[in-house]
Design a protein around this ligand. Structure first.
Ligand code: DAH
Length: 340
């Protein structure tokens, strides 16, 4: 029996050396040291041995079991380490390799100018509000003192959805929505899209952007309007800009004015940029008409206000010397990449 055990140890040694993976090892352990393994079947025959031989053979069998078990454990650990090494090797990251450069976008010129305008007004204590693009006739016209037969409707070629629902032709309806909801003091601007069924050319588009402004409180005068707008224009176009207020008419303001800024190109002499006028018109404004205040439930005997509306595309065109509005919408990256 001793020889049989010795022979088993030799065989196990060779098989251990040949084991190529964890599965081989486990099979080997079961084959020799498992419950029904070779060692067990040898030990079952211990009864046939003499009492002197039994402890010697028993000890040898235990030695072999320990040898097999510890060898299997050692090899298992070696395999695990080798696997980890391999994985680390395979997943190694070379941080010195050059990276893929993804092209980075940037703000659209209209957004750049809009953000600047917002910042100037926010700096003067204005809040920014939003309004719907699909609007009722009432808010776009009626409440703004433009009744059904008013000639001002003809100048704003309106996209109607139904008889009384339309795409807003101006941001002015937001004035009405704000005044209906909010008690004075009110100090807001509202930028957004507006729509008119105009044919596309260098200065017209069926979709463009306006920025509405509204201030309502006790004792608001035309002087407040002038001061606010002069500050705004000087911040936007530079301290040296010269501003001119010219009488005009809007149904929702009385008195009304248009504001021109002296042409930066020729300083008022007249040139191609200002179409020889020396001045460039940039916005419409006026004191909120008492009827409009009344329509919104604000007492014109107690409160007064001023409003303004400017076209974002116009301001951006002047700012960047762009002479065709279509460039802003065509998304030609050769044009857009100049505004980084
Ligand atoms: N809504 C006018 C337009 O689209 C612009 C405008 C003029 C707005 C005067 C105003 C204003 O608030 O006071 O032509």
């Amino acid at each position: 029996m001793k020889e049989k055990l010795e022979e088993m140890r030799e065989r196990a040694k060779q098989e251990l050396a040949a084991a190529a993976n964890v599965e081989n090892l486990e099979a080997l352990r079961i084959k020799y040291a498992g419950k029904k393994g070779e060692l067990t079947s040898v030990l079952k025959q211990m009864g046939k041995l003499s009492p002197e031989e039994r402890p010697v053979v028993g000890q040898l069998a235990n030695e072999i079991r320990q040898f097999i078990e510890s060898s299997v454990e050692m090899k298992r650990a070696e395999f695990a380490e080798a696997m980890l090494e391999k994985q680390l090797e395979e997943e190694k990251i070379d941080v010195t390799l050059p990276s893929d450069v993804s092209p980075l976008g940037h703000k659209h010129p209209l957004s750049i100018v809009l953000d600047e305008i917002k910042e100037i007004f926010v700096g003067m204590g204005f809040e920014i509000v939003d309004g719907p693009e699909v609007e009722y006739d009432y808010y776009n016209f009626e409440a703004l003192n433009i009744p059904k037969d008013h000639p001002a409707r003809d100048t704003q070629d309106t996209f109607y959805i139904t008889d009384n629902i339309l795409l807003r032709t101006q941001t002015s309806p937001v004035q009405v929505r704000v005044m209906e909801k909010q008690k004075p003091p009110i100090r807001i601007i509202s930028p957004g899209r507006v729509f008119r069924s105009d044919a596309v050319d260098a200065t017209h588009s069926p979709l463009f952007h306006q920025i509405e402004g509204l201030v309502v409180d006790k004792d608001i005068t035309f002087a407040d309007l002038k001061g606010t707008l002069e500050t705004f224009i000087k911040r936007l176009y530079g301290e040296e800009s010269v501003v001119r207020f010219r009488p005009h008419h809007f149904p929702f303001t009385e008195p009304s004015a248009e504001v021109d800024v002296q042409c930066f190109s020729c300083k008022g002499k007249g040139c191609r940029v200002c179409k020889n006028e020396g001045w460039i018109e940039i916005l419409g404004c006026g004191m909120v008409h008492p009827k409009v205040l009344e329509n919104c439930g604000i007492d014109p005997e107690v409160y007064s206000g001023f409003a303004l509306g400017l076209g974002l595309e116009r301001v951006a065109m002047r700012r960047y010397g762009v002479d065709d509005m279509r460039l802003f919408y065509e998304n030609d990256t050769r044009f857009l990449s100049q505004f980084e």
